[in-house]
Design a protein around this ligand. Structure first.
Ligand code: UDP
Length: 348
């Protein structure tokens, strides 16, 4: 199988590429703006990489859509701070650029495995979000946070419509707060613009206060990336064509915790680490108002728990890595990276 991954250096892209190269005979053609997470893949003969931009390298993309069997357009801004700061940038990249690629998949009749998002459920009141039942609930236009959710939802609907009319074969997957090594860069966290787990790791390293937005009562289900990638591999393999034109949540409902619980658990893991046991001074855990932290365009999501009945049934898959192990592996990998690239701590 030949797979085209746009955004191959991203969090999901590089983990998926490593798994594909290690466990299959598939070929991966990848494009991204940079290659810093791809070190081990770059010398594999079954991996071809182009340093390029989805907005510029259109001919390369079209040529490879034609050439490959499965297309994964993973290029997107997926960080809430940026939804509020740059909603037009989110729209241009996450919607327009990806729509072009989807249209090429229609033109060349190629299977697309597309990243939807748990964010499309928005403020859905269901205790567990179901792919085929739950309402997708977003806030007013002035709350610009929702632009990401809306862009993704409209793409889901366009892809679905092409699919049901026989013009496209697709699988949409919805990751629920995947975490793991190289989730976001610590540089982004320095500016306060990364996802919560990387943000808290950066604060712990810099001994800056960990801030709980609005008291940290909001809950998420953190899913270790290896579990997520295992599900994606099954989607790509598509045994008995079971994933054709399906939408599938990929998350770990057993790993649900509040952001406040997350902060305390992460601080404990950091304080128990051999290199930090004797630091003497650690980040305090404080509170901040959402409007102060994100700006007035922000609105939070208080619960986000997946139903994974469909993933269990279609993929014969079960997440296996518990919350404490997921966080320990993630924190330790960031600390190791910080060790092997001296100066990161200063740069943070
Ligand atoms: N959050 C927080 N402190 C931070 C960063 C994030 O309390 O320093 C909260 C944020 O308000 C949200 C949750 O953590 O409720 C998860 O945020 P993340 O950026 O990871 O993305 P989301 O799950 O909302 O898509």
């Amino acid at each position: 199988m030949k797979i085209l991954i746009l955004g191959v250096n991203g969090f999901i892209g590089h983990h998926l590429t490593n798994r594909i190269l290690a466990t299959t005979d598939w070929r991966v053609y990848g494009m991204d703006l940079s290659e810093d997470r791809l070190e081990s893949a770059l010398c594999n003969p079954r991996f071809q990489f182009l340093e390029g931009d989805i907005a510029i390298n259109r001919e390369w993309i079209e040529y490879h859509v034609k050439k490959c069997d499965v297309i994964m357009p993973l290029v997107a801004i997926a960080t809430p701070k940026l939804y509020v700061e740059d909603p037009i940038g989110v729209y241009n990249l996450d919607f327009e650029m990806n729509l072009n690629v989807v249209k090429q998949c229609v033109k060349y009749r190629k299977r697309v495995v597309f990243p939807s998002t748990s964010e499309v459920y928005g403020a859905c009141p269901d205790p567990e979000f179901s792919e085929d039942e739950s309402f997708l609930v977003v806030g007013p236009i002035q709350k610009e946070r929702w632009i990401y959710s809306c862009c993704k939802q409209l793409l889901d609907r366009v892809i679905y419509a092409y699919g049901t009319r026989g013009h496209l074969e697709f699988t949409l997957f919805r990751p629920f707060n995947w975490i793991g090594p190289r989730l976001d860069s610590l540089y982004a966290a320095k500016e306060g613009s990364s996802r919560v787990v990387t943000q808290f790791i950066a604060e712990l390293l810099m001994r800056r206060p960990i801030t709980l937005v609005d008291g940290g009562r909001q809950k998420r289900c953190f899913t270790y990336v290896d579990d997520g990638i295992a599900a994606l591999m099954k989607i790509l393999a598509n045994k008995d064509d079971r994933c054709r034109n399906e939408i599938i949540n990929i998350g770990n409902p057993d790993n649900e915790c509040s952001v406040a619980e997350l902060a305390h658990l992460m601080k404990k893991i950091f304080m128990d680490h051999p290199d930090h046991r004797r630091d003497g001074e650690y980040s305090e855990i404080t509170e901040v108002a959402a409007a102060e932290y994100y700006g007035k365009g922000y609105q939070d999501i208080y619960t986000r728990k997946p139903s994974i009945a469909k993933a269990r049934k279609l993929l014969d898959w079960e997440p296996a890595i518990d919350l404490e192990t997921s966080l320990t592996k993630t924190i330790y990998s960031f600390l190791e990276e910080n060790e092997t690239h001296p100066g990161t701590e200063d740069r943070c």
